[in-house]
Ligand binder design. Structure first.
Ligand SMILES: C[S@@+](CC[C@H](N)C(=O)[O-])C[C@H]1O[C@@H](n2cnc3c(N)ncnc32)[C@H](O)[C@@H]1O
Length: 308
């Protein structure tokens, strides 16, 4: 167990909150034990006080390493199953039909971790919506952690990661084996782009999206940060776009202007529009074919840096 004084713990809490909005609760002392050893080795010490002193002196690359170490990057393929089933059966058919004249589709995975979420969408589009192959597709993944973004860009996964929710037919179709690892097909990797973005700092100018996945990140923030991020994300939804959050997350009581739509056991959010009640909106306009996802999807223990 790493010895940490109360003062050092408070410094790290404040340090992490200012840079990420992540709240390191009093009950999270144990996280330091599992996460800090590699950064301690980097400062050549076993003492958290030495690390805190180095951070106080100001070292941008050390700061990045500490923030990366303290983020929880747990993720998996087709995580939770139901949202992807709803995407396949309702959301994507509707977005594809609505955008068929523009022939563009923009999708943002806003806390992408090592990329499984965005690559799951890329596989789903390729397998089920061949008509979009010739469209201008923007499949965009962002995350605070530079480390996970670099990993996502490689499209390279361990057998353990692959085993978490990737349907066997997708493994066969979209991955090649390289030693102990599996690498996603170049045809998919070339369609996605990943970049570092801190959701709680000002964003560079960005487009609006047809679909935004903001899943399992708000749970780490306090209420003011949740409000700010939800409002900013809502303002980057296209008029008929969809937002999907993690199963434990909701905009209710935090921001207005969004209405919930449920199908296939999942809830999505859309921009509220005048006349929604009278027109029967919100509802999914179009139901796709009733085919099940390939077996194994959403089996979903998550992988990545977990708590503990
Ligand atoms: C638990 S993972 C969720 C991954 C994926 N969305 C999923 O549901 O499987 C949470 C991710 O949020 C990222 N994150 C935490 N704070 C962030 C912030 N302020 N801005 C952007 N990403 C952040 C973490 O680095 C981590 O990769």
């Amino acid at each position: 167990m790493i010895a940490t004084t109360d003062a050092d713990f408070r410094f790290l809490q404040q340090f992490l909150y200012e840079r990420s909005a992540i709240v390191l609760g009093e009950d999270k002392h144990y996280l330091l034990d599992s996460r800090l050893p590699p950064v301690l080795r980097r400062v050549g010490s076993e003492s958290v006080s030495d690390l805190v002193r180095a951070l106080r002196r100001g070292d941008p690359s050390l700061e990045t390493a500490v923030v990366d170490a303290l983020t929880t990057n747990e993720t998996s393929w087709f995580r939770d199953g139901a949202p992807f089933e709803a995407l396949r059966r309702h959301v994507l058919p509707e977005l594809v039909a609505e955008n068929s004249l523009r022939r563009c589709l923009s999708i943002w995975s806003a806390a992408a971790s090592t990329g499984q979420e965005l690559y799951s969408i890329a596989m789903l589009l390729d397998a089920e919506f061949p008509e979009v192959a010739s469209w201008r597709l923007d499949l965009h993944g962002t995350d605070l952690s530079t480390e996970v973004i670099e990993r996502a860009r490689t499209g390279r996964f361990s057998a353990l990661e692959i085993n978490r929710g990737l349907p066997a037919p997708f493994l066969v179709r979209y991955f090649r084996r390289e030693g102990a690892h599996y690498v996603i097909a170049d045809s998919l990797r070339s369609r996605v782009r990943f970049e570092q973005l801190n959701l709680v700092k000002p964003w560079p100018p960005r487009q609006d999206y047809d679909l935004i996945l903001l899943r399992n990140v708000l749970i780490y923030f306090d209420e003011p940060a949740r409000r700010r991020v939800l409002a900013a994300v809502r303002d980057h939804l296209r008029p008929n776009g969809y937002l999907v959050l993690g199963t434990a997350e909701t905009p209710r009581g935090l921001v207005g202007g969004l209405v919930a739509v449920s199908a296939a056991g999942a809830t999505f959010f859309r921009l509220e529009q005048a006349g929604d009640a009278a027109s029967g909106r919100p509802a999914f306009a179009q139901a796709g074919a009733e085919r099940a996802m390939p077996a194994g999807s959403g089996a979903g223990e998550a992988s990545g840096k977990e708590e503990g």
